[in-house]
Design a protein. Sequence first.
Length: 452
Amino acid sequence: MSRPADKVAAPMGLRVRDGFSQFFGTEVAGAVVLLAAAIIALIIANSPMNAAVQAVWNTDAGFALGKFEFSQSLLHWVDDGLMALFFFVVGLEVKREMLVGELSAPRKAMLPILAALGGMVVPAAIYFALNAGGTGARGWGIPMATDIAFALGVMALLGSRVPAGLKVFLAALAIADDIGAIIVIAIFYASDFAGVWLLFAAVLLGVLIALNKLGVDSPGPYFIIGGLLWFAVLLSGVHATIAGVLIAMTIPTTAKLDPLTFTRRARGRLDDIEAINVDGVHVLSDDRQQLAARDIRRATRRATAPLQRLEFVLQPFTTFVVLPLFALGNAGVRFSGGAAADVFSSPVALGVVLGLVVGKPLGIVAMSWLAVRFGLAELPENVNWGHVMGAGILGGIGFTMSIFVANLAFRDPGLVGAAKAAILSASVLAGVIGFAVLSRYCSATHCAEPRS
């Protein structure tokens, strides 16, 4: 009786590994593009081109409907608009992980969730201890975030020496970390609330939920209503990117066709195409073959959940377009004005560096150890505490989300500049140290146990 189950389990395991490999590859490639964008932004910021480029970013763009006019700078359109699309994809990933991924089963999810919690609380506490009562106190959320693209990118440099379970652990930890960052942004970094727009946003969210319950799986209505929801959230005082997460939570996760029904229909139409086939005649010359091919395409679409379709289409765009644009607009730091010295003298910068480089690994490793010690979770297969330490240090690569929170936390350009310089410095330190630690515990042929 066990043999059929084995036959089913093996392909399922392969599908899970293949899916994660594809995700991992996209994140790694995205890290390279993101790094290039950050370097370009730094070069521009410290060159004579800076004034002209900043003038372009500060150019206003908007629209008018009758007497109603709305406009904001191009940089704000990237930070508020395109980044909302990035948060939408993050929301899709979170929802998928909570339903069928590493966060779906309580026992399986406990380790990355608790590790992420420790990796948020300890850095925030370190930062706040250095800045309590000062002008930089609002920046406590900056060192809480992990940049999944860069963290996985650094880990990828070690190739197959890194256990697959460690890659999955770091990815799940970063996703749980994103959930925490989203909650922090929504609650603690909102501006003055506008009740009417909040109410309008709530009504629109209700409409999206109703579309889900009614079984609407076309993305069109979700994007139309979602666009209005984004605008309402933008004017409500809550940061507009939160709208992306809210919309993602309403996207359907079930397909219209189950796999067996799909395979029967597709196989039948493929048989029709073969039966119609005439040697020497191009397939485009026979309408019957074209109709059969179109039926297969429709069946393929109906056999894929809307959440999967949207994630598959949008993830490359957010990875290779949205995030690099965000880096180009926000990662530029001028070092000529003493920003480099601020990394070691400003309480804001010191809090960010210590939070990311020290607080992140300390919180991740400590909470992971407590979870395992008290039987709440267990380490993934072939993963030891040296690996967890290395992954925890890589968790200190904050970059995208940390810069995003810094822009929300401060209005003073000096504080923003110090925070960004610290984020860049801390991310480089965390990447180099994390790589060195993982190299120490992963040899060319096997993974070494950490010495006590």
